[in-house]
Design a binder for this molecule. Structure first.
Ligand SMILES: [Zn+2]
Length: 165
């Protein structure tokens, strides 16, 4: 799975908002056809193709702190948050400016009665993909996640392609 975050390329104070996107879509299961909104309620991108139909937009990117707290690792790896920090730092993005990421292929189940949140192995298989179409100029961060549970204990590369027109 892959964590995605984006910012308005011309104003990094505008970023992808999980809360607004879920609110306007009236679902936590975002897929083909859904617009993804910024903290300022502008559409940042739309998902136009999705061969899986199941992603997560509730959980923050995995981080060294998360590996310590949930998995009990003593010497945790940087995780998606650490990798995003490193990748976005040259563009002036600070660690505290990285909010909830859109977690492509991540499968999170919610028990509608108890509210219990469970991270399950993704249903995606090799070759599955999503296509998102930018609706503004974007600065994008994308990871290949290294959290055990979210990837069914098997880590694979994530491919991406930029298409212009
Ligand atoms: Zn991760």
């Amino acid at each position: 799975m892959a964590d995605l975050i984006c910012y308005n390329q011309h104003d990094h104070g505008e970023y992808l908002s999980s809360g607004r996107t879920i609110d306007y879509a009236e679902t936590i299961f975002l897929t083909k056809g859904h617009p993804f909104y910024s903290n300022r309620s502008n559409i940042m991108f739309a998902m136009v193709e999705d061969t899986v139909g199941r992603h997560d937009f509730l959980l923050t990117p995995c981080s060294a702190e998360m590996f310590r707290i949930i998995y009990g690792h003593r010497d945790p790896h940087p995780g998606c948050h650490g990798n995003l920090c490193k990748a976005l730092e040259p563009y002036g993005i600070k660690p505290d400016q990285i909010p909830t990421t859109f977690n492509i292929f991540m499968r999170v189940d919610i028990d509608g009665n108890s509210g219990k949140v469970s991270v399950l192995p993704p249903t995606s298989k090799a070759g599955d993909y999503v296509i998102i179409e930018a609706r503004m100029d974007l600065l994008i961060g994308l990871t290949a996640c290294s959290a055990e549970m979210s990837n069914n204990y098997s880590f694979k590369p994530i491919a991406y392609q930029l298409m212009g027109n």
